[in-house]
Design a protein around this ligand. Structure first.
Ligand SMILES: Cc1cc2nc3c(=O)[nH]c(=O)nc-3n(C[C@H](O)[C@H](O)[C@H](O)COP(=O)(O)O)c2cc1C
Length: 296
């Protein structure tokens, strides 16, 4: 799985690949050959910036509530927002096509963790009064439209989605996460896609008053008819226990994979696991990224 940004205005992470032009696609092909030699299917995760990135950086078109001049027109808020939303969905479409052309097996829409689709889902971010806000159906509209675009662009067999119903990263807060995500999942169930990756709330974040105490895999996972991938804070034991329950079919690992480049091998051998060092995890340098050693 690799992250890729989309859109020329998107400067969220300097080191991430951008998939908005064919030049970027071509530049990626040699690396993809190497990635595909592993046993894993290679999915590209496509994202737009999170709230904090939008606030920190000067992406003026992302300020949803300001009138915008377009040529000789000063467009009213509602029109601008609708036009902008449309163009953003088109960005995803092009990025997905480019990802497949570059050799990836599929694309996963990042609708978790405060990225743009997650902002539409959450009342703390979405203050729109047009058809993209104001009700659970409207709040889900952007995510579902993008998913439809992706299915249309590259085929449902190549499309998945990542959601994080109760994870409040980047000030994401839903008035009624159970109602909104139940609706979203029911609509996703009607689509011919491959998987849903369900990111649980990280134990480092609080449970919000509007969130239920239930286990997210029990609560939301049981509603999902597609292959369910459970994500966040798993290790070998808890991952196996989760699979035993029979709701999730796969477990995805983040930090453990970072600290153990040969993680599947270590699991198989019941070998010692390197513990990830959070202090070096989100920096730009090599330390904490390429210096974890595989088993001899
Ligand atoms: C080094 C590192 C960087 C990450 N960067 C992002 C990110 O930019 N955006 C995001 O939504 N999640 C990010 N994640 C979260 C992962 O996608 C994944 O959801 C998470 O790591 C799973 O939990 P785990 O690490 O406990 O297995 C990152 C994780 C790691 C380890």
């Amino acid at each position: 799985m690799e992250v890729a940004l989309l859109g020329a205005t998107n400067r969220a992470y300097e080191a991430s690949y951008q998939r908005w032009s064919r030049v970027h696609t071509t530049n990626r092909q040699s690396l993809i050959v190497a990635v595909r030699q592993t046993a894993f299917d290679d999915f590209s995760l496509i994202v737009l910036p999170r709230r904090k990135n939008i606030e920190q950086r000067d992406i003026h078109k992302m300020k949803l509530l300001e009138p915008v001049r377009l040529g000789s027109h000063t467009l009213k808020n509602r029109m601008v927002m609708a036009a902008m939303t449309r163009s953003r969905a088109d960005d995803y479409d092009q990025a997905a096509r480019n990802a497949i052309e570059a050799g990836f097996d599929g694309v996963e829409l990042h609708a978790a963790n405060g990225y743009l689709p997650n902002q539409f889902l959450a009342e703390s971010a979405n203050q729109r009064t047009d058809e993209y806000g104001g009700s659970k159906e409207n709040n889900c509209k952007f995510t579902l439209e993008v998913m439809e675009e992706l299915v249309h662009a590259v085929g449902g067999d190549n499309v998945g989605i990542k959601i994080s119903p109760l994870h409040p990263y980047a000030s994401i807060q839903l008035d009624n996460p159970v109602a909104t995500f139940t609706f979203l999942i029911q609509e996703l169930n009607k689509m011919d896609i491959v998987f849903v990756e369900l990111m649980k709330r990280s134990p480092m974040f609080p449970l919000l008053p509007s969130s239920p105490k239930d286990d997210e895999i029990e609560l939301f996972g049981k509603l999902i008819k597609h292959t369910l991938i459970a994500n966040t804070a798993y290790n070998k034991e808890t991952g196996e226990a989760e699979l035993e329950k029979g709701i999730a079919k796969l477990i995805s690992f983040g930090s453990l994979f970072l600290a153990n480049p040969d993680l599947p091998n270590r699991f198989q051998l019941n070998a010692e696991i390197n513990q990830p060092d959070r202090a070096t995890m989100f920096g730009g340098g090599e330390k904490g990224y390429t210096d974890y050693r595989p088993l001899d």
